[in-house]
Design a protein around this ligand. Sequence first.
Ligand code: OGA
Ligand code: MN
Length: 280
Amino acid sequence: MDYQSISVAPLSGAMGAEISGVDLSKNLSNQVFTEIHQALLENLVIVFHDQYLTPEACKLVAQKFGKLVKYPFVEGLHQHPEIFEIRKEPDEKKNFGGNWHSDMSFTELPPMGTMLYSLEVPSKGGDTMLTNLYLAYESLSEGLKSLLEDMEAEYSAALKHAGGRRNVMNATRFDVANLDRAEESFYHPIVRKHPETGQKALYISSGHLLRFKDMRVEESKPLLDFLKNHATQPDFTCRVKYRKGTLVLWDNRCTQHRALNDYHGERRVMHRLTIGATEF
Ligand code: OGA
Ligand code: MN
């Protein structure tokens, strides 16, 4: 598409774009919003640098895309329960979101998008990697595509948050909530048709994926391991680099991401907002 009101610069050959020419603290005109929305659908993740936004302003931007939903296992900010802070302190080793996943795939209706706004970034490192699940699907053989066409998989947060594994969440840092609900699971199709683009994606969310429906874990594992590796090959990815005041928005319906943990000894602070979906 030709953009009239914004500039769109690709981040890699696979996905992602940096958008300039927009001040997100101002009211977005319909024209500008339509172009930003189009840029998200075409690039799967969009990045805006040098934005100076209050939590209210972040919420206004996110709400243009849909209704905000809460992340079930972490308490939000006192004044803004829809926002939670992702913080890693210099003395901490674990990070949040460090394995490949698509956000909240363990819920009944996973969110359409996630927004991160950087408040404090390390002097180097702390990037987010993302992967394009349309490319992951398109590059499969016709045989494997048809085998997967009607398969569903079971997703659960149990791998991350259940029982004794609460330390995975940096429980010292986060106000962990609802851990009893981490054992719930839901089924989703592996081949997912994106409701807005109509394109098929290989909906893999590695960290939350337990097994195929009606199969045992050990039966599912070899093919799931293949798909998990396949979906994260470097050729399908891009890397988002932050400065203070970077706002990032990704589409969870056709991507996975992982937070790199290569900045021990430094602080990184993000505000995270989650945008709900109306259909799968
Ligand atoms: C998330 C997440 C990645 C990051 O917010 O869902 O995985 O780079 N964050 O902080
Ligand atoms: Mn995430």
